[in-house]
Design a protein. Sequence first.
Length: 383
Amino acid sequence: MLLVILYVGGGIGLIALGVIDKFYFLPGWSIKGPNATKDRSGFAADGPVVYYQGATLISWQIAPRNGKLQLLTDTLKADAVLTCFVSETNRQFRVPLRPTPAQPEVAEYAAVPKLLALSDIEGNFKGFEQLLRGAGVVDQNLNWQYGQGHLVLVGDFFDRGLNVTECLWLMYKLEQEAVQAGGKVHFIVGNHERMNLTGHYKYLRRKYRANADTLGLPYEKWYGSHSLLGRWLRTKNVVERIGTTLFAHGGISPELAAQNLPLTRLNDLARYSLDVPVAHLTPQEKQATQPPTSPDWYRGLAQEKPAEVQVDQVLKTYGATTMVIGHTPVEAIKPLYHGKIIAIDLPHQERCDAGQPLQALLIENGKLSVVDSQGKRQALAAE
């Protein structure tokens, strides 16, 4: 059955079989955190949210139809092709579904000739698209054109922005296209992914609560273990090594590295801890999966707290010479510890709003440089 909900004035009209049943008025939702007083978002285009009911896939979406926002819900086949509408850019793209992998992502990869790394997009679809197009990763229709190149997304695509769902679907789509071209999309889980997967919504925008009410699907279920994107996200890693470069959203502390846990074990623990109460974790498991010491939360490297000899030991433990991190904001892509640590969490949203170029880290044939959303390249500035 197709259910349609129209947004009319301040309320929502539920239409079933062409008959307006009643109106629902959305309450004012608030968020905690630094954006609480600024958040005026509300009911808006969103989705699709794809959820398993037993073996059946159900899709919920709020999308424009004939000049109005409508709620569309339908039963899907496993190989369905979804259409994702992006209100921020007033465009849409199509996403073929595929079975969720039975096994998690691999944690270690051989060196590749070309790699683009960026982090902390935080629901800013416009900026995300600008960076991908400027770096030549996608074409004007958002199709993969990076060949055998690798795209590394170093966490925090959730929260703060208003197009989180759409960013996730674009990653999901590009992941499949990259494999077909001999390339790869790596999505490294950040602390905001962990927060949304474990029921911590401090930075969640009002839009998502309003839309969850409209869809009749609590936000807590959007990325749970019974949702398609939730299952997909649970296959991702918190740390990976490509060649001799480690990628982690926050970084690996000397204390955690001293445990000598293999990367595969670190990632398995991170996934396990998503759906297990913290009280059930051992002290070792807590150190590896919970703030402030987990790879998705640790800030010590960006703040240059450990001594360089300790950083050397962390890298040696994991067979690396460099680590790329996000999480802690910097004004420019910043080499630390004589280039052994590269911090890449830039103010994408602010620069996007100001019409300024956005930047990402390019590693090409072992050389590090900066590429911006206008396609301009420059050598990575010395420390």
